[in-house]
Write a protein that binds this ligand. Structure first.
Ligand SMILES: CC(C)(COP(=O)(O)OP(=O)(O)OC[C@H]1O[C@@H](n2cnc3c(N)ncnc32)[C@H](O)[C@@H]1OP(=O)(O)O)[C@@H](O)C(=O)NCCC(=O)NCCS
Length: 140
């Protein structure tokens, strides 16, 4: 592996981002919307192995004291090698002094626990697709 980290969206192939999201069952938005979401995020991280994009993540922030992480994913064959940790550490490095929230995919909670995230007791969400989110184990 020859890994590099990229912290901007210049030249990013968002069809590839879409494909990776789809592969890990996080893909419901089309590439053009994904591109908009990444470009409007305060911090983005893309991991490349040579020329191939293998994973990414992004964070939103109000610039004051709150931030939120979304779309953290790696191609299956790159999972379990410390790259998820690398993505999160890179994402949060710019947000010292900020509260950082996210919602984990069901089953991934312990990954975030290892990175010092703690389970929220009062999190509430107004999802656009509540039935699907209920079915997938995100909400009551
Ligand atoms: C979740 C994901 C980003 C984790 O990345 P990763 O590269 O596989 O994880 P890492 O190798 O960096 O693991 C870091 C630590 O978390 C642990 N860990 C990783 N996934 C875990 C899981 N599902 N449950 C419990 N622990 C887990 C690792 O064992 C490791 O522990 P260690 O530091 O004691 O060795 C990755 O598996 C992935 O892309 N999954 C599919 C998409 C997804 O669900 N994304 C999360 C959206 S919320």
């Amino acid at each position: 592996m020859k890994l590099t980290i990229k912290n901007d969206c210049l030249g990013i192939d968002f069809h590839k981002v879409f494909e990776i999201l789809k592969k890990v069952e996080m893909g419901t938005n089309p590439p053009i919307i994904i591109k908009k979401a990444f470009e409007n995020s305060q911090k983005v991280v893309f991991i490349f192995d040579n020329d191939e994009m293998v994973g990414f993540g992004r964070a939103l922030s109000d610039g004051g004291y709150q931030a939120a992480i979304y779309d953290v994913a790696l191609l299956p064959k790159y999972q379990g090698k410390g790259l998820g940790r690398l993505i999160i550490e890179n994402l949060i490095s710019g947000f010292s002094g900020f509260n950082i929230i996210l919602y984990a995919n069901p089953g991934k909670e312990d990954f975030y626990r290892k990175l010092n995230f703690r389970k929220m007791k009062t999190a509430m969400a107004l999802f656009i697709n509540p039935e699907e989110k209920t079915e997938n184990g995100f909400i009551e």
